[in-house]
Design a protein around this ligand. Structure first.
Ligand code: HSE
Length: 307
């Protein structure tokens, strides 16, 4: 195989209470990438459609992660990368991770799969780091493993795959304003009160338990973030109204998707998830902010090979 076309999915990181550790993978929303072997050695980005991103190998997250793998594998060929972006950079649904994880997944396939998902996550984190200023894996891991993941540690990297309840759907609203991950991280306090830490780790633990036991009620009670959301929600217009209205529309819970500005809500059926999208739309339609909504099943597969 000399060429591969893949679907690289969008992802929701944090999942309310799990800052930097929890994430899940979306089904129909994502980028496409074409990667082909070249006789010339090295990594080259040859095409970027849909976003204004750098072509330089040391500046684009897709090529930085690809290079990390390439330098380790030392193959006797090179690779060129075409990126078709559907996920807007700065949207909060894992745009940089889709690029960083997509390139390493595709090259690994072309090389005959010498690396496992954990190793690919490690390479992709090198690309993610240039977008967000630090190496975190809570978007990359669900993009590569699929479903829900928990990053137990980044050094050494340990990713746990969590079960996905069958009827779970996600609704996302992406207000078309940009929130840079690096800035959304910079506003967070370095220390938190003990009582908030207790609330947060009880929510993370119960959310993981809820996923294992298909307990939608417990899942609903666990989707609560007292550590990060109070700070970041100020960057997202109408966040509190969206949260209130989606619960009224039947959602199990809602929160900031990654570092924002997208807001996600989880629901127990597609029908409820669509009603939640209508509730979100009603709020943003009254503003002068453009927005997009998405409804998706949780994607338990992760990356998809298109051809
Ligand atoms: N966990 C990260 C954050 C995800 O919230 O900053 C965004 O890339």
């Amino acid at each position: 195989m000399n060429e591969i076309k893949i679907f690289s999915p969008a992802t929701v990181a944090n999942v309310a209470c799990g800052f930097d550790v929890l994430g899940f993978c979306l089904d129909t929303i994502g980028d496409e990438m074409v990667i082909r072997k070249t006789t010339e050695k090295g990594i080259k980005i040859t095409k970027i459609i849909g976003a204004n991103l750098p072509f330089e190998t040391d500046k684009n997250v897709a090529s930085v992660s690809a290079l990390a793998l390439y330098n380790d594998a030392n193959p006797d060929c090179g690779f060129e990368i075409e990126i078709y972006k559907n996920i807007k950079p700065g949207s909060g649904i894992g745009s940089s991770s889709a690029s960083a994880a997509g390139s390493v997944f595709a090259i690994n396939e072309l090389l005959g799969r010498p690396y496992n998902e954990t190793q690919l996550t490690n390479f992709a984190m090198k690309g993610e780091a240039i977008a967000s200023g630090c190496e975190h894996a809570d978007n990359i891991a669900p993009a590569l493993f699929g479903g829900f993941t928990l990053v137990k540690s980044t050094s050494p990297l340990q990713v746990l795959q969590l079960p996905t309840p069958e009827d779970l759907f996600v609704t996302i609203i992406h207000p078309q304003i940009e929130v840079k991950t690096s800035e959304a991280r910079a506003i967070l306090p370095k220390q938190i009160p003990l009582q908030n830490a207790i609330t947060q780790w009880s929510n993370v633990g119960s959310l993981v338990h809820a996923l294992h036991t298909n307990d939608y009620n417990l899942l609903s009670q666990s989707l609560n973030d007292v550590v990060v959301e109070p700070y970041r929600s100020q960057l997202i217009p109408h966040f509190n109204s969206v949260k209130t209205e989606v619960i009224k529309a039947g959602a199990l819970g809602a929160g900031i998707s990654g570092s924002g500005p997208s807001i996600f809500a989880l629901s127990k059926s597609k029908n409820t998830a669509e009603n939640v999208a209508k509730a979100m739309t009603t709020i943003y339609a009254k503003t002068d902010i453009n927005f997009i909504t998405y409804v998706s099943k949780i994607n338990t597969e992760g990356m998809k090979i298109l051809s």
